[in-house]
Design a binder for this molecule. Structure first.
Ligand code: NAP
Ligand code: COA
Length: 267
């Protein structure tokens, strides 16, 4: 990537920022001068992420919490604000996923994913608002193609992530007058992540996934981080309420992936 970003003096808070895509986003900001807070359930993962961010030369802070617990989210944001000041960039990326048919999941299974992804994102956004830099703050919610492409075995995720994108659009309207921008990033299949391990657990599933992407490859964590930096940079100062697919064109194919796979050899 040839674009240069500089987040020196900025503060960033990444919910779910201790592994995978969200940690990659946290690392990208940390490597470019930002002070970064991360939060997730596992204290070990939080401590490891803070150590990793510090190894990149950043100041970092970690908060073990569950985004389903609104009090814990509020307490962490209050503590982060007291120690480090206003938040310039807020990322909400905590999520849960497992493949299961609607008839094969309990009400609690469905609720768990909706509570983490959707309610958790509401907790994060509403709790953070008093601590955001206004005007100027950038909020990014990490969505998924399931938000608008129905996918079998993903009823819970489809419902939750479509809710996340509507939160993005609604709060972009409510908070726009304060100078707060709100956007979603919708990653396609990203190589080496927990999400892909769960959704494409076999070599055959990986092959089918790759062949369903117009660019014919999975994405890299760094490519999602690049999009997060763009959306948080002055280059995106007039971008709000957007759901940005970073997916190699995967969402264009959507439910037509099977037909795409069939014709691929012919074009
Ligand atoms: P991941 O490594 O499992 O990341 C999920 C993060 O959220 C972890 O840090 C996890 O840490 C945290 N988390 C989970 N439940 C939580 C809770 N209840 N409270 C607080 N933190 C919680 O997965 P990933 O595959 O990189 O996915 C990251 C994001 O990208 C998710 O929003 C996912 O929906 C989205 N996405 C991923 C892909 C993909 O290809 N992987 C594609 C589209 C969208 P703890 O276990 O410590 O809580
Ligand atoms: N199929 C059907 N139901 C499942 C399931 C599966 N593969 N995995 C979990 N569940 C059900 C559980 O049985 C439980 O329902 P029950 O109480 O009726 O038995 C419910 O989901 C909650 O499971 P539990 O393990 O208690 O929840 P948790 O809060 O500890 O974990 C999850 C949340 C289930 C989302 C877990 O997968 C997780 O922590 N995921 C985070 C990492 C991740 O998913 N990363 C990828 C992001 S794209």
């Amino acid at each position: 990537m040839s674009v240069t970003f500089d987040f020196t003096g900025k503060t960033v808070f990444v919910f779910g920022g201790t592994s995978g895509i969200n940690l990659g986003i946290a690392e990208a900001f940390a490597a470019r001068g930002a002070l970064v807070g991360v939060a997730s359930r596992s204290e070990d993962k939080v401590n490891a992420a803070v150590a990793r961010l510090e190894s990149l030369g950043a100041k970092a802070a970690g908060y073990p919490l569950d985004v389903r617990n609104v009090e814990a989210v509020r307490d962490a944001l209050k503590a982060f604000h007291a120690a480090h000041g206003q938040i310039d960039i807020l990322i909400s990326g905590a999520a849960g996923n497992f493949p299961a048919p609607a008839l094969g999941m309990s009400a609690n299974a469905f609720k768990s994913v909706v509570d983490i992804d959707l309610l958790g994102t509401f907790h994060v956004m509403q709790s953070a608002q008093p601590y955001l830099r206004v005007p100027g703050a950038s909020i990014i919610n990490i969505s998924a193609p399931q938000a608008w492409i129905p996918m079998m075995l993903q009823a819970h995720v489809c419902a939750a992530k479509s809710g996340v994108d509507m939160l993005t659009r609604t709060l972009a309207m409510e908070w726009g007058p304060m100078g707060i921008r709100v956007n979603s990033i919708s990653p396609g299949p990203i190589d080496g992540t927990e999400g892909m391990k769960r959704l494409a657990p076999t070599p055959a599933a990986v092959k089918a996934t790759v062949e369903s992407v117009p660019l014919m490859r999975m994405g890299a964590v760094s490519e999602i981080a690049d999009a997060a930096m763009f959306l948080s940079s002055p280059a995106a100062a007039y971008v709000s309420g957007v759901v940005l697919p970073v997916d190699g064109g995967w969402s264009l194919a959507g439910a037509g992936t099977l037909s795409m796979a069939m014709v691929k050899g012919q074009i």
